[in-house]
Design a protein around this ligand. Structure first.
Ligand SMILES: C[S@@+](CC[C@H](N)C(=O)[O-])C[C@H]1O[C@@H](n2cnc3c(N)ncnc32)[C@H](O)[C@@H]1O
Length: 222
């Protein structure tokens, strides 16, 4: 059977997708606006609205109790995950920027989830290495410096419970991961391609690379 190509997501089709999914509430809209105002071009690092809905629903269907995020920025994805946790659930957020995460803290407070989130300002590899090496994590989201994705993966996978989910963002890297699709040879492309190969070869997980936004890898611990 010939492979069926995935849809070409035009801006109109993306608008349609958003119109037929949960809408951002006032706090999320405020967070999108403040991120655009305060961070300029960096605002493009924020996960998309549909990814945010997906994160909340995934945490909810998993009844996630303990989540870890690597790369928090101004807090959109962490807010989405925190909202999906079970009552009494906890989340650990890793970032190196006090400035960007101040916006996150403000919006976690506005959304009433700040009591379930611990933010550690330090290189994420250091924070992850300090966690107990026990299978305690239900849901992990990797969305920080691309050159360290494999290191984050190797810190997280042993700490995932059976059936736990690791997500990694930007794993299609605007399509440049396909051999020959990045003639300029951006080192980030190589890092993401190496991560994708590493994950696909890892027998500890089942994996699917979803064509959501800029590519969202979803791996389930066996
Ligand atoms: C793509 S943004 C995260 C976007 C976020 N998930 C959201 O939805 O808004 C990447 C973040 O990773 C952080 N970062 C970069 N290097 C890091 C490191 N070594 N350790 C922890 N965080 C890091 C940056 O400060 C930045 O906030």
């Amino acid at each position: 059977m010939a492979p069926r190509p995935t849809l070409n997501i035009t801006p109109q089709l993306h608008d349609y997708v958003l119109a037929h999914s949960n809408q951002p509430d006032d706090v999320q809209r405020s967070l999108i606006e403040e991120t655009a105002r305060a961070t300029g071009n960096a605002a493009t690092m924020q996960v998309s609205v549909d990814q945010g809905v997906f994160l909340t629903l995934l945490a909810r269907v998993m009844s996630a109790r303990y989540a870890v995020e690597v790369g928090t920025f101004t807090g959109y994805s962490s807010l989405a995950i925190a909202r999906g946790l079970v009552d009494g659930g906890r989340m650990l957020c890793c970032d190196v920027s006090e400035e960007w995460t101040a916006i996150a803290r403000k919006h976690w407070e506005l959304a009433g989830v700040s009591d379930r989130i611990e933010l550690r300002i330090a290189p994420a590899r250091q924070t992850l290495a300090s966690l107990p090496r026990a299978p305690i994590i239900d849901l992990a989201f990797i969305d920080a410096d691309k050159e360290s994705y494999i290191d984050y993966w190797e810190e997280l996978v042993p700490r995932m419970r059976r059936g736990g989910v690791v997500l990694a963002d930007n794993t299609l890297w605007s399509g440049r991961v396909v051999p020959g699709a990045d003639p300029d040879g951006n080192p980030m492309t190589e890092h993401i391609a190496a991560f994708n190969a590493h994950v696909a070869a890892d027998t500890r997980v089942d994996v699917v690379l979803l064509t959501v936004a800029d590519g969202l890898t979803m791996a389930v611990k066996k």
